[in-house]
Design a protein around this ligand. Structure first.
Ligand code: ZN
Length: 78
């Protein structure tokens, strides 16, 4: 069973459709019943759209990925 933190940890793979079937299935099950994570995914997608870089791999350097993850984690907690 996926938890909110699993959604946060896998958000990149989720929106980029890079997760394996099992992880994806568990996250989607969680998303179905967690409005917070639904909002989180929407916010994340919007951020990517705003930067206009969705699908452009170069945007997600390991450094950016790390900072984005930390930002989103703090956002989810508040
Ligand atoms: Zn959740």
């Amino acid at each position: 069973m996926a938890l909110c933190k699993d959604v946060v940890e896998n958000i990149m793979g989720y929106v980029e459709a890079e997760l394996d079937d099992k992880t994806l299935e568990e996250l989607e099950k969680h998303l179905d019943e967690c409005p917070e994570c639904q909002a989180f995914v929407r916010t994340y997608r919007r951020m990517l759209e705003l930067t206009g870089k969705l699908g452009e791999r170069t945007f997600v350097s390991p450094d950016v990925r790390k900072r984005l993850k930390e930002f989103l984690k703090s956002k989810l907690k508040s």
